[in-house]
Design a protein around this ligand. Structure first.
Ligand code: HEC
Ligand code: HEC
Length: 430
């Protein structure tokens, strides 16, 4: 019954977007900002209930009996997306590690084999893991006293590449699904045909219907669902089935199945990889129900974008500096969505950021020196910065830009005091 209600309100969300859409046309502002952690304006009571249910899954601390582990980094999503509220970022103590090994073709692969019933973690003698993510905690111990994973620290012996990741905030990020592929492609310039030193490439995701990746530091997934299923499995050891795949043949569900296909096309909420996940931890899979997964996805898709601060004359002056020194060539001021313009200050493209930031991690078509232009909205409410959290301040983050951003970075370093001050006022207002 609960699932039915939840699905009904997801169904309601489609109608909501249809209504929003009918009022907006290209060029109009989308009404999507709000306080951190709030839903975008305009959800009805049922949708808000789904949103709140999704928030509760996001905050929920899973136990071993509910499927946590065998390996994990945290017991809830909100452990890492906590600051200033759930959906936010985290300080560096929450960072996690990725480790990979180059195979004979030079392609980066995870170090450990997939888990099977033969090396099940519950009775394992050797380590098995689903991805390049290296978890801190292992199969023994309980929630209160988790025991270190026993995964050998990879930097020592087996890995060719080790990198760390710091959790970014995700307010408004779910809206990226409403941006068309064409809008993203309109800024891509893979061969730098216009000769401005900035290319910008897309990451096409083969196992997500070849859609353009939008989520993660390397645009490594095209849908929030795929990202979520990965995070659940890799960070928490919680298995799930893809929403589409998990759709049972039950009578009640037929209309929702049809509706979900609508979601696929209309929302770019394409199917996550279809494989059912298993983790051999002794708890029956999937450990997250379909209703819970839908609500979790719904929560993130409808998290409001950060509210813009006051636009004073210094902010306006700072904006012109931002444009003049080329920051907006990547941190694009506005993107068109199906429901109007949004202002995340990203182009959702991958850029070569130079050897200093390069980490050797490849994901789908993203190379080791490429990263997605990080959105700048809400910048003043979070720290640290960059994919590995190495910059404690905004200034440090900018000075670490290299590669395609080098001339822009140099122009920043040479700004006079007044222009620097105005630029920072502008960044703080986003
Ligand atoms: C151990 C810390 C950690 C945990 C736990 C965690 N995350 Fe994350 N999250 C991260 C980091 C770090 C990134 C950036 C990773 C990357 O892109 O490579 C991220 C990125 C994301 C993004 C993409 C944001 C964007 O800007 O595109 C989403 C969505 C997300 N996480 C959802 C979740 C959900 C849902 C859960 C719980 C199932 C979760 N995360 C649990 C650390 C964590
Ligand atoms: C060539 C494209 C490009 C240009 C030009 C560029 N950036 Fe960036 N910016 C990026 C990418 C890509 C990242 C993410 C890098 C990472 O995570 O390591 C980023 C990250 C940032 C961050 C850190 C955000 C966070 O939340 O971690 C700030 C701040 C920033 N840029 C500001 C600027 C400013 C100001 C300018 C102009 C001086 C500028 N950028 C020019 C591509 C660019």
């Amino acid at each position: 019954m609960r699932t039915f209600l939840i699905l009904s309100s997801v169904f309601g969300a489609l109608t909501l977007l249809a209504i929003l859409e009918s009022f907006s046309s290209a060029g109009e502002e989308a009404n999507v900002s709000g306080n951190f952690g709030a839903a975008i304006p305009g959800l009805n009571t049922g949708q808000l209930a789904t949103f709140e249910f999704g928030r509760s899954i996001f905050k929920k601390s899973f136990t071993r009996r509910e499927g946590l582990g065998p390996h994990f980094n945290a017991t809830s999503c909100a452990s890492c997306h906590e600051d200033p509220v759930e959906g936010g970022s985290a300080q560096r103590y929450r960072d996690f590690f990725l480790a990979g090994r180059l195979n004979q073709e030079g392609i980066l692969e995870k170090i450990y084999p997939d888990c099977t019933e033969f090396n099940a973690p519950t009775q394992r003698t050797e380590c098995c893991l689903p991805s390049m993510v290296i978890p801190h905690y292992g199969p023994r111990g309980d929630n209160e006293n988790p025991v270190a994973s026993g995964v050998e620290h990879p930097s020592l012996s087996q890995a060719d590449v080790v990198a760390n990741r710091n959790a970014p905030p995700m307010f408004g990020v779910g809206l990226f699904r409403l941006i068309s592929d064409e809008e993203i492609l309109s800024r891509a310039d893979p061969q730098d045909a216009n000769g401005d030193g900035i290319s910008g490439r897309i990451n096409r995701i083969e196992d997500e219907d070849n859609q353009i990746g939008r989520f993660g530091y390397k645009c490594q997934t095209a849908s929030i669902e795929a990202f979520n299923r990965g995070a659940l499995n890799n960070q928490m050891g919680i298995t799930s089935n893809s929403i589409e795949f998990a759709m049972g043949p039950g009578q009640d569900e037929k209309p929702f199945l049809d509706e979900l296909f609508e979601i696929k096309t209309a929302y770019a909420q394409v199917a996550a990889p279809v494989d059912e996940l298993t983790d051999y931890d002794g708890v029956q899979d999937p450990e997250l129900s379909r209703g819970e997964l839908i609500a979790l996805v719904f929560f993130q898709e409808n998290l409001a974008a950060p509210r813009r601060g006051r636009i004073t004359s210094s902010v306006r002056q700072g904006e012109s500096v931002f444009l003049r020194i080329g920051c907006a060539n990547c941190h694009a001021a506005s993107l068109n969505t199906r429901i109007g313009k949004i202002h995340p200050y990203t182009d959702l493209l991958l850029h070569d950021m130079g050897p200093e930031l390069a980490d050797g991690i490849t994901m789908k078509q993203a190379l080791g020196n490429e990263f997605r232009t990080q959105p700048l909205w809400g910048l003043c409410e979070h720290s640290p910065f960059l994919h590995d959290g190495r910059a404690a301040t905004v200034r440090e983050a900018i000075l670490l830009h290299g590669g395609e951003a080098e001339s822009s970075r140099n122009a920043y370093a040479e700004l006079n005091q007044q222009d620097t001050l105005m630029l920072h006022r502008f960044l703080e207002s986003l």
